[in-house]
Design a protein around this ligand. Sequence first.
Ligand code: HEM
Length: 481
Amino acid sequence: MIENSLALGILIAGATAFILYKINPLFKVPGPIITILTNWWILWHTYFERRNRLIHKLHIEYGSIVRLGPNEVSIADPGYVKNIYVDNYDKSHFYFLFTVYGKVNAFSAIDKATHSRSRKVVHQLYSKSAINASFIESLILEKLQQLESYLDSPQPIEVIKLFRSLAMDVITAFQFGKGHGSNLLGDGAVREAILGKFKILFTSWFFGPYLPKIAQYLYSKDFYSAAEDIDNWIIESMRKSGYPHDSIANRLIKGGLDELEAASEIADHIIAGHETSAIVLTFLTWHLSKNPEIQSKLQNEIRSAVKSNGGSLPAFKEIDKLAYLQGTVQEALRLYAPIPASEPRVVPPGGLNYRPSSPLYGQLNRGYFIPGGTVVSIQPFTLHRDPNVFEDPLLFNPERWFVNNPNLSKMNRSFLAFGAGIRGCVGSNLALQDIKLAVAYIYASYTTIVSPRTTDISMESNDRYSIRPKADECLLIFDKK
Ligand code: HEM
């Protein structure tokens, strides 16, 4: 009797597995069973800001490949950055949100052909040599002097707003030409208005990317009004600038884009660039403030470079060579990647034969065939914490990035803060110049301390596509010594 029931049970389980497999070949891929039936499970957790940490936990539990929904998998394997990102799978519909003025731009383009039209024009404008040849270094230094006027106070300073203003003033000047960028550091009223509107946009982060087909019905009136104001602010700033020859706007138009296409591209650079750079600076300065030993090593490096340069900050090309500064910025980008979440792509029609290239968290999965059309991604949050690659991964250790570390190329392979391949971050050189100059400028003269109101809990990052401290403030005390 028991044997018959057991046989029947096995038969039913086998038949169910067979039917589910026929319904969906991702059935075999490990993951919570509910994900074979619906993607509402992952969306639910995404909405309640648990996605990145949940996917991370799933990888620890199931290994380097996890099913997230009937048509979506997450891979945590540096060996597949090449297939998915460098070989340039098409983007998923997640990116529709980033279309502005009804015009597709480099960020929101789904397929390769549409993307390459925008990217071709923009790519060389952001190369390291183009940035070095531009006015950007002198502009950043001017802006840092403006920023410094807020630091000489015994009161704690809220730095997120200041760093967002710095990044915005720099990026907009790069877009519209020197003298035509914003002046958020100089004008408190405009700063509050503009940053407030961007905050509304960022607060509505969920609907656009994760429910693109119905997002337009779900946004609030405030969202539409903020989006319209920002769109108008950008296009009016562009028109007012008169497209000077040193602006991105000028080069985009010369590259064959019409006015709205150029504005769409620029709006995206402003959205993608100002918040991300500011968030790195926030977490980095907070981390240094909590760790006087690391801060002091960094100060020693920067201050001896200043001394060798006759008492003034060396040019960026010298700052760029400072190894401890480089390690500190890399660590901030590793542990506080401003975009730690999945960058979804679509597996091409031939499918992807996934064979794990290395064990993740000590587990080596079997291989699986991922059919064409499946949404696939690798989240930096997990790659950046892999103990097989980063020794003691939660430790903020700038020295791990020194060139004599034999693990360096392995770590670089797993470093995804700027994405990878031709769809990786076009603005990384600008961002790094901005961040490194700001850190060098501040720590050449100041020591920073965390204000008691800013705690590890208040600084815990939220769990979204792009992150911020949960309390949305970071109070530091700047001491001129
Ligand atoms: C620390 C600062 C920054 C971080 C961490 C960052 C991160 C990223 C990442 C991860 C991607 C890839 C997205 C994907 O694969 O789908 C990306 C793309 C992009 N970023 Fe950044 N970004 C930063 C700063 C900037 C700046 C300053 C700009 C422009 C001024 C910018 C403009 C863009 C654009 C246009 C793309 C789309 C590129 C394409 O698809 O061709 N970013 N960024």
